[in-house]
Design a protein around this ligand. Structure first.
Ligand SMILES: [Zn+2]
Length: 412
C-alpha cells in the first residue's frame, strides 16, 4: 500500500465522517448543486478516486477518496441513474432524479467510460430551480439583446449560434425558443439529448442507435407543418442543406454550429456542400458567442494602472470612460474565486444586402467579416472589451476567453 492509498476520507461540511455511499452520493450532489456546478466527476486515478466539479466553466478537484469507497460511490451513482452497475467494460449512460436531503429534486445525466485505472463517471447536473433561462437572463447587454430579438422576430430564415463546446449555445437556443413559445406557432426541436422539457413544444431526440440522425428527423419534422425548428447541432451535409432550404421556404430555423467566428460559420455551411446562393438567401444572422466570468461585486478591486482611452468603435457601448479597470480578489461570497457567474458575450453578424452579395459570390470569411464590421458588428474581442471597460470582468479573464491585442491596450 502506498501513501496515497491512505488518503484521508474528508467529510463534506456537516456530514458524519464515514457514511454509507448512498448518503454520501446524495450529500455530494446537493453540495455540487449549491456550488452551481454544471458537472460532477468521480474518476479513478492510479491510487485513489478523485471527485471534481466543473463550476463557472472550470474544473476544481474537491476530494480524494480511498479506492474501495470511491468504487462503492461510483456504483451507487450508476444505480441512481439506472445504468448497469455491473458492466465495467463498456461505456454506459443513464438518467435519473435524485431527491436530496434538503428535499429538492435534481435531474442528472450520467455517462461512464472505462479508463486505464478504472472508470470515469461524469454526471451533468440540471438544477430544476434554474431550468431554462430567458434571453434577458443570459448576460447579453441591451444592444446584443435588441439584435437577437429582432432576428428571432423574423418569420423565416436560418439563425446560427456558433462557438466551441461549453459556450452556452444550447442555453441560447432554448431561451430563443422559449421567447417564441406563445401558442401562436408550432415549434419543433431536434435534440441530442433533450436537456429540459418545455411545455407546449414538440421535442424529439436523435437516436443514433436506431439510425435516427438529425437529417432524418428534420425531414420528418418538415412534414409536420412547423413554424419554428430548433436543431441541436448542424454537423453533416444533409442537415445543413435541409435547414437552409427550410429557411428559404418559410420556416424559422435555429441551429448551433461549430465555428470560431461568425463569418466562419458561413464557411462551415459551405464545407457541408451547401449552395452559397441558397445560404445567402436563407441566412438571417449568426451569433458567435463565449461564456465569460463576471467579477464578484463584493470583492473586486480597482487596478493600480490607469485605463486607456475607450476605443472609438466601442464608445457608444461604454457610456463613461473609466479611470481604471477591475481585478479579481476573492471573498467568502464567491468561494474565494473572485468571480460571480458566467455570462454570454457575443459577436453578431446580421445579414444585409452587401453580406448577401458577398456570400452568394463565395467571398472568403475574412471579406464577409470585414463587411460586417464596416456595418457596425463588434467582434468578440471588442464585445469582451466593453465588459472589461464597464468593470464587469477582469483583463485576465478577458484574455483567457479571447486572446487579442485589442485587450492588451485597454490599460496604459
Ligand atoms: Zn468575492
Amino acid at each position: 500500500m502506498t501513501d496515497q492509498d491512505n488518503v484521508e476520507f474528508e467529510a463534506l461540511e456537516g456530514e458524519i465522517e464515514i457514511s454509507p455511499p448512498e448518503i454520501y452520493a446524495a450529500n455530494l450532489i446537493e453540495w455540487a448543486v449549491d456550488q452551481h456546478a454544471s458537472d460532477l466527476f468521480v474518476s479513478d486515478s492510479e491510487h485513489s478516486v478523485i471527485i471534481a466539479i466543473r463550476r463557472l466553466g472550470k474544473v476544481q478537484t474537491v476530494r480524494r477518496l480511498a479506492r474501495d469507497y470511491g468504487h462503492k460511490l461510483q456504483g451507487h451513482l450508476r444505480v441512481i441513474a439506472g445504468s448497469d452497475a455491473g458492466d465495467m467494460l463498456r461505456p454506459t449512460e443513464g438518467r435519473g432524479v435524485l431527491h436530496t436531503p434538503n428535499g429538492s429534486k435534481v435531474d442528472l445525466r450520467l455517462s461512464t467510460l472505462p479508463t486505464l485505472f478504472g472508470q470515469d463517471v461524469t454526471i451533468r447536473l440540471f438544477d430544476p430551480v434554474r431550468g431554462t433561462r430567458s434571453l434577458s437572463e443570459l448576460g447579453y447587454d441591451s444592444h446584443e439583446l435588441e439584435i437577437i430579438r429582432s432576428m428571432i422576430a423574423k418569420p423565416a430564415g436560418l439563425i446560427l449560434v456558433a462557438g466551441p463546446v461549453a459556450s452556452g449555445k444550447s442555453s441560447t437556443l432554448y431561451a430563443a425558443v422559449d421567447a417564441l413559445n406563445d401558442e401562436t406557432r408550432k415549434i419543433h426541436t431536434l435534440e441530442d439529448p433533450i436537456e429540459h422539457g418545455i411545455p407546449g413544444i414538440m421535442q424529439s431526440q436523435v437516436n443514433l442507435r436506431i439510425g435516427l440522425d438529425f437529417a432524418d428527423l428534420l425531414a420528418v419534422v418538415l412534414r409536420h407543418s412547423p413554424d419554428v425548428i430548433m436543431i441541436g447541432e448542424i454537423r453533416d451535409a444533409r442537415t445543413a442543406q435541409t435547414a437552409i432550404r427550410a429557411g428559404i421556404s418559410g420556416q424559422l430555423v435555429l441551429a448551433t454550429i461549430h465555428a470560431k467566428s461568425a463569418a466562419e460559420a458561413i464557411d462551415s455551411l459551405v464545407q457541408y456542400e451547401a449552395n452559397p446562393k441558397f445560404i445567402a438567401r436563407s441566412l438571417v444572422g449568426v451569433i458567435n458567442q463565449r461564456l465569460i466570468r463576471t467579477l464578484c461585486p463584493k470583492c473586486k478591486q480597482a487596478s493600480t494602472q490607469p485605463a486607456s482611452q475607450v476605443p472609438e468603435r466601442l464608445a457608444s457601448r461604454v457610456p463613461t470612460s473609466p479611470d481604471h479597470l477591475y481585478e479579481a480578489v476573492g471573498c467568502e461570497a464567491c468561494f474565494e474565486e473572485g468571480y460571480e457567474e458566467l455570462t454570454c458575450v457575443s459577436e453578431i453578424l446580421q445579414n444585409s444586402h452587401e453580406i448577401e452579395e458577398a456570400i452568394a459570390s463565395s467571398q472568403p470569411a475574412a471579406t464577409i467579416d470585414a463587411v460586417a464590421r464596416q456595418q457596425g458588428m463588434l467582434t468578440l474581442a471588442e464585445t469582451i472589451a466593453t465588459r472589461v471597460l464597464r468593470g464587469e470582468t477582469s483583463l485576465v479573464e478577458a484574455q483567457r476567453c479571447a486572446p487579442d491585442p485589442l485587450l492588451l491596450n485597454l490599460e496604459q
